[in-house]
Design a protein. Structure first.
Lengths: 292, 292, 292, 292, 292, 292
């Protein structure tokens, strides 16, 4: 089972402007083949189907799977923030409150959803569970997961260079850092199984000094910290693996924290009558007691 | 964000026998169009994309979304329990340890996964995010969700009549009761918006006295109870909706409980060397310290 | 069986201008998850698979299924009208008669089809029969169908606000009104099963006075009229359900008409040699006797 | 627009026995890549998107599209007939009324549908509109359609040899003959464009004397007859093409008939309470007035 | 088995400018339903599954299948050429080296791939093996293949008219000519089975004098030449079919050549550090010895 | 470009018996997510999209891509061999020559194809190009490819234990050995980039002494040999990587061979008139000169 915490992992600043193109690009991080829905589901399945008594690996998968659930929220809320304000309220019969939709890369943001996130990738393809990999073989799963996090980080680095919208950059930078941590988790797990990575990792192998938002998060050691994401009183054996030196040649010291990060408020999204969302007229509003 | 609790919602008794056919049937409840992956994701998206200040509905969606995460675990573990023992360890060159796979309805249980659950439906189709519905319109979402839970319950009632394997029946019965509760949640939400359901609900409209496992759970009032699935100290406004009398003519009194149910232990699944899962030989085992 | 009537349900005025973006938006109404191909197929399957002797519901499904076949034609022809004139005939080697395709949201309109409609949604995804819902349970099917029509109407209201192209608006407005009628059909069917809708419906719950094209059709009572769409001499029991007062609080009086609406001419689309459509050279034309 | 005629093209005798395997095989003729849903939709789109004044080809497409709608009904009803009786009504808690589902090739017949047809092929894949072909080029469309009918006939000949269940054979034989007629329509259309087929057609090129059910239908000249499937009073130019000698070396004389074939009654399918279909309890039945 | 020859079939001139729109259009020729991946796979499967001793048809399929492998390379390399230069190297923190991606029709060219080709069509749909047709019936397969080549040529003629970018036009023109040759191969095969095509073919039936790049290739008789694409010393019976006069009324003389065309160099694509491709830093480069 | 060699990589002994279940299991090796169509296409795309001058990696990808083309043939032909004899020729009207199809796990083997291989996986899902991975990042691609080969080998080891049919085992064993070689290629490539694998590889980490068919091939050093699969006279830089000691602790000495293996004859598959394949009647046969 899981419990809800009504906080996002990381704050989302307001978008510089309504930005449907950045929103659509960021969909790759939500519903893409290497996005957060996929990492969440993949680790969840590997955790549930785990065989044998090497519990530290099973726990490790569970902690990351749980963190990824929060990443799904982080990305979806950022997409919503980027879309906010893109349409207008109709005042007169000749207004075209949703005309922006015809010039947006994914019209479904406005036509199927009410100016909000969709479980699709940046090219509009729906997420598919055929992405989920679970071979049952421990070494193989760890290699796959390492590759998955490295690909996620690679794509987020590419996203970083597509837009400097503040809302977009903030979340993308956060994920670049967290994907690096997860890459370390799986690289470390493979170290416990005898692999020495030399200088092959991390991927991409870059100097992040050109990415100030990333640098700032690294200055807080976020790229070396894992939370257990366990309910109070529960234990996790992930610490048998995630400890000591970083598996990369970056001099990092790994740090395990019980519980979850402090996080940030979940943004409030106002009514969008031009989208008929939530679409309550005055009589229905009286019933909901939402406004009195 | 979310937190992990290493408990299942409901205990899973051992399977009467290795039962790949029942396992494949139950896949519908996991990766089917009306299965637990879908309810979880649909409510999750509706929660994240919610617009306006009628927070009681947004909170309601979050509590159920969180409960469904545990249902995904419940079903996946039950599938694993049903598959357990279906194959044997090879002793000699002429043995065929996995020959059962050729007579099973989904060979992927043994060939792609290591005798374990897959994110597919009972006909083998991978789960697709094109199933996820979120119109942004509150009344419409509530009607869809009511229909979704009713369809889920209908399919589980049909599953109930396909097999009397104890592990299968236990989880199917639990879900019949929980889907009924969720049907009540959405019916009640629509009552707050003015609808009177008469005798049209629940669906299916049946006397459960022919289903002793279901009856037993109803005798504990499980069909009228909701948990908030919130972390300690968090509040939820779901109680503004889920209170008072059942929206159906069953005389139920709705009961909201803070937190989560006590639940049951997560089963342990042993190594399956014939599946190369986890596939650690003695040297790798030494490294994992799993066995010393 | 079915018979063809070479008339469209509603006239299509010429497009204000060649308008590939409006054409692509309107694809949602044709091949989208809540478009006309889907309603047509869903009611068709529910009609064919109907069980039991409550024939009024089976007949109701058949009448609407048949009407939807005409709606498929209405939308496809409107898309063709919107695309008409978008390309030009090549005169010289340096001309680029189809260059508009590179700036259009769905290049397949020009590359795969010959400047004409495709069985896809507004994001380019092919229609899938996995959309078709038929549970076999009468109450459940009616709830689903109500939701389906309400979602269709919601999306068409959003489309209305995306473009004021006259060809586009005419068909979109017609469908807003017809979807409302169909919403009434299913709401009424559920009334006969005991539900009282209060003020929860219709969806979206809006004042259409800001939509003059819709208003005009409502002034002809089109939002309260159903045809049987039966061949001369055939009877339909739909009238047992579709009669009396509107199920919504709009004061409407339901009206059932035998047969089908008068409709309008099917538009003629001229040859597009730049698309090689139909691609008959002078010798082949002599053979077809199309021109003499 | 279209009108409904509540008749099937061809009578369906009762199934020799409940036969889920034959039912699943026949799904290929419904939702397969070369089944009736596809032919119906392909000709429908080619008809709607037709360019130019060679109306005889456009009308030809419309007549066959309309006939295919009835074929969809024919096949779906036959599948339902084959499934009828496969499950039983539960009498006692230990009964397993739907256990047959676990041994059936498509469990969705019983779990998702209520013992009835699904829009999928014989391997369980949902029908996809990506099958629909419309190039806009007249010669090319005619060649594709010829190939489509020939493939349909080939698959139905293979189906014929898979089962001798009477309900199955009756519909399969009917379609073998109708597909042959449609093959002639498109071969003839290509003859008007200058092609001479020699002995290459029909496909498969077989002596049907080993198929008595087919032979009987041929003895009524059904393989040389086309109906216009037009509403009374409408004209169709298909007769400019479908006339004179068969395009194959079979000595046939083509015959065009205005209107539609006499056909047969649509079968009645009784309630299946074990499937909760239609799922009306005694109180709801009173409301529907279905039983008094 | 197959052997690699590191040559492209046809030279690719540099692109006039970085041209992501032309690149995306050309994806239809790679991963589209009628593109080169499909022809390659379809003929490959028909070759492998061939039944009977009519070896000339089996060999014919193999030669064309092998040629299509080279066409896949031709198109993918042309897409890469069109994308080359579209992004820039980042110099400073405020640069947006990949911002072009947000204005490109398929963001995946830059986000998933490293500014390079993808196995998708021009609308972004992944190639699917459900496109591959192999009925096992010889006449039917030949008709299908003829239609496939004609559709491929039709689409390439449409592409020709969308852009005059030199890199784009060069490859598109080459394929227009080769598809014509392949259309002749299958038309000829059907001639050997008794069909006479009259003036119905080729499709599209156009005068290519308005297409100077095509004309030039035809002046070298490329539209009448087939290579065997066999390894030195191997024989092929394709010459039993591909010989004598063209099956169309174009006066062509068919010419079979053993081996493969001379072809052109494969282009070199430089590193794109902004895409992290190949992403080797100076230390890794030392290891690869790529630079010393 | 590529050249055809009409030889299979490895001989296929006759099947012990017609074996549709083994045939369907083996489909995973052809059209599965980790089957030969995927490895072939993935390496082909990585080769075409390669950036930079580290040619030894680009050549390595090309050699393996080319080998995989032959593996596609190997698996497809083995499936055909397993299906051979499964149906019978009809002699009399009451015969059911294809009735075996109704009891086979994939009826499409007999209904869509003519008793032959299909581009689908063992659960019937069509192969999809969404499987193809090419990030453009060299290290990442190499890690992915290593994982891909290891998963392929894992699945083939599982297949080995499902059936002891000789035709099946022969090809499966061959692929177990070749996948091991390819695993070594990519492990070695990563060694050149600094990784030390310790005892983590190969996967699965098993003693193959219980697999006599595998052992026999290993005794010929097939698990340490790579061919260049280049045309005579072409060079390949793969030898810069594939040389020296095996990257695993198995004591192997890597051996590079120019050209291709000797291989075996391609099997001949006779006509199957019950499948209408190739479906030539005596008159058409005269035309093909296949029989005189």
């Amino acid at each position: 089972m899981f419990l809800s915490v009504k906080r996002l992992p990381h704050p989302i600043p307001p978008s510089d402007k309504p930005d449907p193109k950045a929103a659509q690009a960021l969909q790759e991080g939500l519903g893409g083949q290497f996005g957060e829905m996929r990492t969440m589901m993949q680790y969840f399945f590997q955790n549930m189907n785990f065989r044998g008594d090497a519990k530290q690996y099973q726990d490790l998968l569970r902690s990351i799977a749980t963190e990824e659930m929060g990443h799904v929220e982080q990305v979806a809320n950022t997409i919503n923030m980027l879309l906010e304000g893109a349409t207008m309220t109709s005042e007169q019969p000749n207004d075209l409150p949703l005309s922006v939709a015809l010039d947006s890369p994914n019209i479904h943001h406005f036509l199927v959803a009410a100016q909000s996130a969709r479980p699709v990738d940046a090219a509009g393809n729906p997420w598919s569970a055929s992405y989920v990999y679970d071979s049952g073989n421990l070494v193989l799963n760890m290699i796959y997961n390492l590759m998955l996090e490295a690909t996620g980080r690679l794509q987020k680095c590419r996203l970083y260079e597509m837009s400097n919208n503040k809302a977009f950059r903030s979340t993308v930078s956060y994920l670049i850092v967290r994907d690096l941590t997860h890459e370390k988790v799986f690289a470390k797990a493979l170290e416990t199984l005898g692999v020495n990575w030399g200088k092959a990792l991390p991927i991409p192998r870059i100097d992040t000094s050109g990415m100030p938002e990333v640098r700032e998060l690294e200055s807080k050691n976020l790229h070396n910290q894992m939370w257990t994401f366990t309910n109070k009183g529960e234990t996790s054996e992930i610490g048998k693996i995630f400890k000591g030196d970083s598996p990369f040649d970056d001099g990092g010291k790994l740090e395990l924290i019980e519980g979850f990060p402090e996080g940030a408020n979940v943004p409030f999204f106002p009514e969008a009558p031009q989208e008929f969302a939530p679409g309550l007229d005055s009589e229905l509003k009286k019933l909901t007691h939402g406004k009195k």
